[in-house]
Design a protein around this ligand. Structure first.
Ligand SMILES: [Zn+2]
Length: 118
């Protein structure tokens, strides 16, 4: 009677496989590469003028993506706004007030976006 044995082998096999990275759950890399756990999944676009010259900067906070994707999006946004900018600790900063354009772009990507501050 080795039918039950087969079943055991099958069920204990490799354990659970993560559907996102395809690794066994104990070697899952998703959580490590993800940016800080985002609070509520809402991306907030605000303007910061304090201590800045001219129009200030556009801040984009709450993006749930890894550092590489964030950098790529930063590049696109900078090109789109024709401005410089940085990405620091998951927060994107674009020089100048480009909130409307940024909000439009993020919405097109299917993200929930809120325009904050003034
Ligand atoms: Zn994974």
């Amino acid at each position: 009677m080795n039918r039950s044995k087969d079943r055991i082998v099958y069920s204990t096999g490799q354990g659970r496989i993560c559907p996102e990275c395809g690794n066994p759950s104990d070697r899952c890399t998703c959580k490590q590469t993800r940016a800080q756990p985002a609070s509520d999944g809402i991306v907030r676009v605000s303007r910061e003028t304090k201590g800045r010259k001219g129009k200030g900067v556009t801040l984009i906070q709450g993006l749930e993506m890894d550092a590489v994707s964030l950098a790529q999006m930063g590049k696109k946004l900078k090109a789109m706004c024709g401005s410089g900018g940085t990405v620091k600790e998951g927060i994107m900063e674009i020089q100048g007030d480009h909130r409307d354009r940024v909000v439009e772009y993020l919405k097109e990507l299917g993200l929930t976006v809120k325009k904050a501050g003034g």
